[in-house]
Design a protein around this ligand. Structure first.
Ligand code: PMV
Length: 323
């Protein structure tokens, strides 16, 4: 059964869109190399407002096209030769935290620009958002952008049934499928250490290309495949165990960080399983709380110096805000 996701309708500027944050449960980094990933959209929204302007600016910054690669790529790919736009973006997600702020900004802006140029179906919005991120970062998978465009739980290169869409790049194709939400509460926590996704992706790619790399990639693939299946079946103990195993692999490819390890240690008594989420090397962790210990987990992570959020997956993908 293929799900009908609502298209982005044709509208005139001024326009506004919002997009959720995202959180990767299994398979970050390996997904860049074609392995499966599981992520979900979180209810930490980014809102993008676009009005006609005299020069193109982002949050009142007329130099943004020079130094914000996402803004530059979106205008270059989908707004070339059109009048300048004034863009304002407000996000509840910290930047460079591994929680999808760039994907949400990209998808929100792509939704508005696509709407103002005739509208698109949702698969095209996902492809466009990926192209902006890929142009801006130079590397990466469509996992983040597809998750914030689709909303809910999303498997890339995994899961069952018909894909909701396929994303193409010259070197890879990624199939994107829905996974049912088991209805659990999750806790994510930002370490306060920003980092570059592109640098982390390049470092891991080099590690996976070196001796023993294909065995590691195979293990990433197994963990994510079993993880997607376990979430699908609502098998909490298995998910918790696989979160821990995924963290060992991420540690092995060099993207953990002493601060993240300290947070994972602090979380232990109140978490069934936990790992870093996103590119790592800083950024955030995700934990599956011991039922009833959600508040204790938040307190532990905050006491260890992180910014914690209790999150539930949201079904809402990137969408125009009408009216
Ligand atoms: O930390 P984030 O939100 O940039 O997530 C990156 C996820 C990676 O798998 C490391 C890269 C990618 O493009 O999939």
């Amino acid at each position: 059964m293929t799900e009908e996701l609502p298209p982005v309708p044709s509208r005139n500027l001024p326009l506004s869109a919002r997009a959720p944050g995202k959180c990767i449960v299994f398979g970050e980094h390996a997904v860049v190399h074609g392995a499966p990933e599981l992520a979900f959209a979180v209810d930490l929204m980014t809102q993008v407002f676009v009005t006609p302007g005299s020069v193109s600016r982002l949050n009142a910054d007329a130099g943004a096209e020079m130094h914000n690669p996402y803004f530059r790529a979106a205008l270059e790919l989908f707004w070339k030769g059109r009048p300048p736009v004034e863009v304002r973006a407000i996000s509840r997600v910290p930047r460079a935290a591994g929680l999808g702020s760039s994907a949400a900004f990209t998808a929100g802006l792509a939704a508005v620009l696509s709407s103002a140029t005739g509208g698109v179906d949702r698969a095209t919005l996902a492809q466009r958002s990926f192209e902006v991120e890929r142009t801006a970062q130079g590397v990466g998978s469509p996992g983040d952008t597809s998750t914030v465009v689709a909303g809910g739980f999303v498997a890339v290169n995994g899961g069952r049934g018909e894909p909701i869409w396929t994303i193409a790049a010259p070197d890879h194709r990624w199939e994107v499928r829905r996974v049912d939400d088991p209805g659990w509460v999750w806790v994510i926590a930002y370490s306060g250490i920003p980092r570059s996704t592109a640098d982390a992706v390049r470092a891991v790619s080099a590690r996976l290309a070196a001796a023993g790399g294909s065995e590691l990639l195979e293990e990433f693939r197994r963990v994510a495949t079993e993880g997607i299946d376990a979430v699908d079946r609502g098998d909490r103990p298995k998910v918790a165990m696989l979160l821990e195993r995924n963290q060992e692999l991420l540690r092995e490819v060099g993207v953990s960080h002493p601060r993240l390890e300290a947070l994972l240690e602090a979380a232990k008594p109140a978490a069934e399983g936990a790992k870093l989420t996103g590119a790592g090397a800083g950024g955030s962790v995700i934990a599956l709380p011991v039922p009833g210990k959600e508040t204790e987990l938040v307190r532990r992570l905050a006491r260890a110096g992180a910014l914690p959020f209790v999150v539930r997956p949201t079904r809402d993908g990137a969408t125009l805000v009408e009216g």
